[in-house]
Design a protein around this ligand. Structure first.
Ligand SMILES: Cc1cc2nc3c(=O)[nH]c(=O)nc-3n(C[C@H](O)[C@H](O)[C@H](O)COP(=O)(O)OP(=O)(O)OC[C@H]3O[C@@H](n4cnc5c(N)ncnc54)[C@H](O)[C@@H]3O)c2cc1C
Length: 273
């Protein structure tokens, strides 16, 4: 029996390097054999604060990266840490984006979603998949991972910004419609980003009859199916176990998808439309 699977104690790991992506996003590099696959996440323990779920952005078996956006008290404390400071890592947890060498993928990222999508691209190029990588942001200063994606062979990068300061002026979902229209070989769309964006991506795919998988974020406390915090309405299924990567066919039926999320106390918060 593989007991490691059931060991939920955090590994205490020093931060090897911190890469500033922009004013509110950093990438933390760790030397540790995590063994994650694209789509999976870890519970990152920030000493004295809390544990936070964060998707893996890269893992080569020796080194892994986490790309974190500063949004609230936990991530603010993380941003105060320096190279050499220690954090706790539990995982990897959760489901994966699945692909094989016959697949032609469109990867649609919004905000820090570019990081987990980069992990998909990095592994999918090794399998010889065709890849269109689409990144959207409000403006050019908020775009992340574009240089890293350009460093991958045979990956077509598409950029959109709301204000037109880089790439197409408008939403990345408009670019997705064009890309799908131009390339009938694309058979899977993976997306990671703000829920309202992923809903539009899913609807475009449903209309085009293309398989769509997305990573959904729910407030999580344990990460491995014990606390029940990430149960979704109405099925009660736990996102940390059934997800975070789920098919749009499943997610679209959830009454909360694209409408609201729950905080640590279970209180509902509606997304701004
Ligand atoms: C599976 C998974 C993977 C994740 N991967 C990443 C990642 O790679 N990088 C990253 O930066 N973050 C990621 N997150 C989100 C990250 O866990 C949270 O941003 C973090 O916990 C915020 O902690 P905090 O204490 O800084 O802020 P909090 O006080 O917990 O929240 C800050 C703000 O975010 C809002 N918020 C909280 N939960 C949600 C939600 N579910 N939907 C919408 N808004 C919400 C709150 O209203 C609040 O305004 C992931 C979450 C999950 C579940």
């Amino acid at each position: 029996m593989d007991l490691k699977k059931y060991d939920t104690r955090p590994a205490v790991v020093p931060i090897k390097k911190i890469v500033r992506e922009n004013d509110i996003v950093n990438t933390y590099v760790f030397e540790y054999p995590l063994g994650a696959e694209p789509g999976q996440f870890v519970m990152l323990w920030i000493p004295g604060v809390d544990e936070k779920p964060i998707s893996v952005a890269y893992d080569d078996g020796k080194v892994f990266w986490l790309t974190v956006c500063k949004v609230g008290p936990g991530t603010q404390e993380l941003f105060k840490l320096k190279k050499g400071d220690k954090v706790g890592i539990r995982g990897p947890f959760g489901t994966k984006y699945k692909f094989d060498r016959r697949d032609n993928l469109a990867l649609v990222a919004g905000g820090y979603g570019a990081a987990p999508m980069y992990f998909v691209a990095n592994e999918a190029v090794k399998k010889g998949c065709g890849i269109d990588f689409l990144i959207g942001a409000r403006n050019k200063d908020l775009l992340i991972y574009t240089q890293k994606v350009m460093g991958l062979n045979d990956v077509r990068l598409h950029i959109a910004t709301d204000d037109g300061s880089a790439g197409f002026e408008g939403y990345i979902t408009q670019v997705l419609e064009d890309v799908l229209g131009e390339d009938p070989e694309i058979n899977k769309v993976f997306t990671c980003g703000p829920e309202p964006m992923m809903k539009v991506v899913g609807d475009i795919c449903a209309k085009a009859g293309i398989d769509c998988w997305l990573s959904i974020e729910k407030y999580m406390k344990c990460g491995f199916g014990v606390c029940g915090q990430c149960a979704v309405d109405d099925t009660g299924e736990l996102v940390c176990k059934k997800g975070p990567v789920m098919s749009y066919d499943y997610v679209r039926k959830l009454p909360e998808f694209g409408k609201y999320y729950r905080d640590a106390q279970g209180q509902k918060h509606y997304f701004k439309s």
